[in-house]
Design a protein around this ligand. Structure first.
Ligand code: ZN
Ligand code: MN
Length: 497
């Protein structure tokens, strides 16, 4: 029998407002550097008599996200207590939303290997993060309450996905959307976004839903996808053996690459939801929603399609560039400047997604904050296009400006990188390379013409990237092909003299 998976995801995204969800304590990214338990107050420590107040900015960010996800915003919101007992939860309940959440019934369009798909969003609501348990082996567990009360946005998809590839596309698109909306910085390692997948399988074509398992606390796309793959296979194997799947909560063991049971059967009833008596119903006006809607930035998929259309760049590059709106802005500024210098946008995109992204990744510096501004990139590529610089020299100058700053012209001058097209200098380098590599020369002459590129590379190397590659190629061919049949090339016979 053929089986199909039915997959839904819940995403918890921290909202980086200045203060927490229900009190005035500061919200810090994990590298904020504050000592444990220094961003706390009676409200987020749940001292008796402390009263919560809803953070207006967090509600605004929630509406912003819900609108981007095409949801219906509720004009009347209610907060609710979700009770459960755990040491990281000082009140013994989380203030969340239940009966009247912020938003419902939206969708997110994604692109999958099988084409575009629309994934429905069931619900978007606001809640608060829990404290962080600091576990040390051999010592008592300690608790840092700095994270307790940090605003969280929970986004619940419908069980609309059927393959791990769709799950991955949904998670990545949602991630890019939230980062573009500046909900948070997108640092998955520090837990800015957390995924929970719920998974069941059924015979292909069946309509009913079988019991599902929920995989908790997935902090990377890799863990999300691998755990789903594992869980789908595990459930199929159980059905094939004639056994049943139990509804349960699972953890994911990254090392052993398998899911494991955490607790079984938790029903909504166990949370004993009831309206939070300390927070009155929250009314959201249509005017406020309209204001927020008017300020929505362009979303990644729309931006990607526009870059392809407006600048004729490859969809692949457009997707890379729109992974962050700051990168897309950088590209657009460079592409617009490039137009006045007849530089192709694809050429600019190639240098950004190749060399500049490489430099950014190795240094952890963001593209829009790096010393190579769009103006400098375009100035440099204009020299390249005119043939004053080789591509190797462009790389050198990019790396130099990236690490030390400075202008392209001054850097080219200082490093002596103006491309050499002078025949005499080129021929000197070519002779050197041929002399130093008799074996390769022999191979080439035995009609291994594929070696030409290798020879060009050698000349580029000894010239420090200054040799004009096109001219080098032409001269190399002449020199290498002068004597075929095992004799030494006439190194002293310089054709220009
Ligand atoms: Zn507080
Ligand atoms: Mn939640």
């Amino acid at each position: 029998m053929e089986y199909e998976a039915v997959i839904g995801v819940e995403v918890h995204a921290q909202i980086y407002t200045r203060s927490k969800m229900y009190c005035a304590c500061p919200v810090l990214e994990d590298n904020g550097g504050l000592a444990p338990n220094s961003a706390v107050c009676p409200v987020c420590l749940a001292l008796p008599g402390a009263l919560p107040v809803v953070n207006r900015r967090a509600v605004e960010m929630g509406i912003r996200s819900a609108l981007a996800l095409n949801c219906e915003i509720a004009t009347v919101n209610r907060f609710a207590r979700k009770s459960y007992f755990y040491p990281d939860l000082p009140k013994g309940y989380q203030i969340s939303q239940h009966a009247l959440p912020l938003a419902r019934d939206g969708y997110l369009d994604i692109e999958t290997p099988q084409g575009p798909r629309r994934i429905h969003i069931r619900q978007v609501h606001l809640e608060e993060d829990a404290a962080k348990l600091l576990k040390t082996t051999g010592a008592p567990t300690r608790i840092d309450f700095n994270r307790a009360g940090v605003p969280l946005l929970e986004i619940v998809s419908a069980a609309d996905m059927h393959t791990p590839a769709e799950l991955q596309a949904y998670a990545k698109t949602l991630y890019r959307t939230l980062v573009n909306l500046r909900i948070n910085g997108g640092n998955l390692e520090s837990g800015a976004l957390r995924f929970e997948a719920n998974i069941s399988v059924r015979p292909r074509g069946a309509r009913n839903l079988n019991p599902r398992s929920e995989i908790k606390n997935l902090n990377s796309f890799r863990a999300l996808v691998r755990s789903a793959e594992y869980e789908i296979q595990r459930q199929i194997a159980l059905y094939r053996q004639g056994r049943s799947v139990e509804q349960q909560t699972l953890g994911w063991d990254e090392k052993q690459a398998r899911t494991y049971p955490q607790r079984s059967k938790e029903q909504a009833d166990d949370y004993r939801y009831f309206p939070e008596p300390d927070i009155p119903p929250l009314h959201i006006t249509k005017t406020w929603i309209a204001e927020i809607r008017a300020q929505l930035p362009e979303l990644p998929l729309a931006q990607k399609n526009r870059l392809v259309k407006d600048y004729a760049i490859r969809p692949y590059d457009a997707a890379l560039l729109t992974e962050s709106s700051a990168n897309a802005d950088y590209f657009e500024r460079a592409a617009k400047l490039g137009q006045t210098h007849a530089l192709s946008a694809q050429e600019i995109a190639n240098w950004i997604s190749g060399e500049l992204f490489r430099l950014c990744n190795t240094t952890d510096i963001q593209l829009h904050e790096c010393a190579v501004t769009p103006e400098k990139l375009v100035a440099l590529l204009t020299h390249y296009q005119k043939g004053y610089l080789s591509s190797t020299a462009v790389k050198t100058v990019l790396a130099e400006i990236f690490t030390k700053g400075g202008s392209p012209d001054a850097t080219i001058e200082r490093l002596g990188l103006i491309q050499v097209s002078d025949d005499k200098a080129l021929i000197d380098w070519i002779k050197q390379v041929i002399e130093q590599n008799p074996q390769q020369t022999q191979l080439y002459q035995n009609s291994k013409t594929g070696l030409l590129g290798w020879f060009v590379g050698q000349v580029m190397q000894i010239s420090g990237g200054k040799a004009n590659p096109a001219k080098t190629r032409t001269w190399l061919q002449k020199f290498l092909e002068q004597k075929v049949g095992g004799q030494k090339p006439p190194l002293n016979d310089n054709p220009t003299r």
